[in-house]
Design a protein around this ligand. Structure first.
Ligand SMILES: C=C(O[C@@H]1C=C(C(=O)O)C=C[C@H]1O)C(=O)O
Length: 391
């Protein structure tokens, strides 16, 4: 076992008897919390949400907490209940800086005794073919479709150790571990929906992907092909344009790179755009107002949004729940950071569910989308130490 492992396991092991430890670690912030003082489960799109948030923050302030925070997860469908809490205890600190290490915990290797995809391969291909026919015959431009993988592991998962491996393998990701009702949502997302610091906001949408290779030349070629791919550039453009359109009524200024840049995770290449915007100083929208305007972007849903949402409901055989929703935190001053819940797993004892989606546009190929979604699951499979040939 590597010497850095205990440092990372400490990130979560505040008190192992508690199963409500929350962690969010980015390149900018580390937020850890423990315990639950109050819960907010009102859906974001409910008319009561804003009032509920104001009420809990006010209550906290009356009890002497000058800048309380709210942490948790928001589902893909913002009409569904959120899982937000005002914690008993919290710490905001400098981020944990992690150094890349492929697998730091040799004793952590898990074996999957059972696994099943929903939809399975045949149904997935059929789902994408149906989407391609809809794209041809309607005004839908893009729809993001996903699959889930359910695993039964040979033993219960030690969450702090899993997190330690996630951090070591994906040093520059948004690391998170969020307690849900009967499980933990844990992962290493590469994608930021929004960070708000005072009047400045940042977003970093990704769309357009290619699997990485161990062989350096093959890896470089995959990156080059992605960069030159008209299909992927189009898929990406739809996301940036949608965020621009959604933010325009709320912001004073908006800046986005003209062309996307290539970024890599240890398993994937992506097209990425950095977006910065400035909010007005009077009637400044809250971070939840921003989320309600931007989420779900066409990176998780499609274009036009509502049409894509309906297609996802009709075509996907599974419920997404918190997958492709948001994880993060915000404070009573309106600052906060929310990453997209991808490259993650829901873990309950030895039961694990993984999720991966891919943007479908008219030039998509069903087989390639199956391979791309499988490659995206590698982030979490690697964190469990599950070998290449298992799935
Ligand atoms: C939906 C996922 O990834 C999203 C879809 C991408 C794409 O279609 O190219 C790329 C990055 C993410 O925005 C996922 O990882 O599950």
């Amino acid at each position: 076992m590597d010497a850095t492992l205990p440092k990372y396991t400490d990130a979560l092991a505040l008190d192992r008897s508690q199963n409500d430890v929350f962690l969010f670690n980015s390149n900018f912030n580390l937020v850890r919390t423990n315990g639950i003082r109050q819960r907010i489960t009102v859906p974001l799109l409910s008319g009561a949400f804003h009032q509920e948030v104001q009420t809990v923050f006010k209550k906290e302030k009356i009890q002497g907490r000058c800048n309380p925070i709210l942490v948790g997860a928001i589902p893909f469908d913002m009409n569904q209940p959120a899982q937000l809490v005002i914690p008993e205890w919290y710490e905001r600190a400098k981020p944990f800086s992690c150094t890349f290490s492929p697998f730091i915990d040799k004793d952590f290797i898990h074996h999957a005794s059972q696994h099943s995809f929903t939809p399975n391969y045949v149904d997935f291909i059929d789902m994408i073919e149906q989407a391609l026919s809809i794209l041809k015959n309607s005004s839908l431009k893009k729809v993001v479709l996903s699959k889930i993988l359910k695993l039964t592991l040979d033993r219960n998962v030690d969450i702090p150790r899993l997190l330690a491996n996630i951090m070591a393998q994906n040093p520059s990701a948004y690391h998170f571990s969020v307690p849900l009702e009967n499980s933990v949502l844990i992962g290493a997302s590469p994608e930021l929906l929004v960070r708000k610091q005072g009047n400045n906001i940042f977003s970093n949408p990704l769309a357009g992907s290619a699997k990485r290779f161990r062989d350096v030349d093959a890896d470089r070629e995959a990156a080059q092909t992605l960069s030159n791919s008209v299909k992927d550039q189009y898929e990406h453009r739809l996301v940036v344009d949608a965020i621009h359109a959604a933010l325009l009524p709320l912001v004073e200024s908006f800046r986005a790179q003209e062309k996307p840049r290539l970024i890599s995770t240890p398993t994937m290449w992506h097209l990425s755009t950095d977006i910065e915007a400035t909010l007005p100083t009077i009637n400044t929208p809250s971070i939840f107002d921003l989320i309600k305007h931007i989420h779900p972007t066409p990176a998780m849903c499609g274009t036009p949004t509502v049409q894509a949402q309906h297609r996802i409901e009709a075509l996907e055989p599974h419920q997404r729940g918190f997958f492709s929703g948001l994880v993060g935190w915000c404070d009573a001053e309106g600052n906060g950071e929310w990453a997209i819940a991808i490259r993650c797993a829901e873990v309950s004892d030895n039961k694990v569910t993984l999720f991966a989606g891919a943007g479908i546009v008219p030039d998509s190929n069903p087989e390639s989308e199956w391979l791309e979604t499988s490659a995206k699951m590698r982030t979490m499979l690697n964190a469990f130490g599950i070998k290449e040939d298992v799935i």
